[in-house]
Design a protein around this ligand. Sequence first.
Ligand code: 5GP
Ligand code: ZN
Length: 112
Amino acid sequence: MDCIFCKIANGDIPSKKVYEDEMILAFHDISPMAPVHVLVIPKVHIENVDAVTEENSKYISHIFEKIPAIAKVAGAENGYRVITNCGENGCQSVMHLHFHILGGVKLPEKMA
Ligand code: 5GP
Ligand code: ZN
């Protein structure tokens, strides 16, 4: 499958890693929108939130168990924002589920 984040997860495309274990990978966004901009992905291909099931939801709970430590090690002090874009109106550009961690600055109050 021609999925850029599957290739990052299996090491075919290099990334600046922040955290990795057997289920998930966190790495710096190539085009950061804040001083801290990390992406967290499951190592298995899940397209987006619409594709979360009883069978694969353990990856999502594991991601959220690890997000506080990932945000801290990436340098997001005093809070951060977690975002996932889903589908066309959500402006999802990479069709492999990922959570943006944005921080390192006071973020705009308006989310959209
Ligand atoms: P989306 O718009 O799908 O929510 O977010 C995709 C994100 O992936 C964007 O913020 C984009 O900068 C990032 N991105 C796309 N390709 C690469 C890549 O090859 N490496 C890294 N590190 N980030 C990428
Ligand atoms: Zn994928």
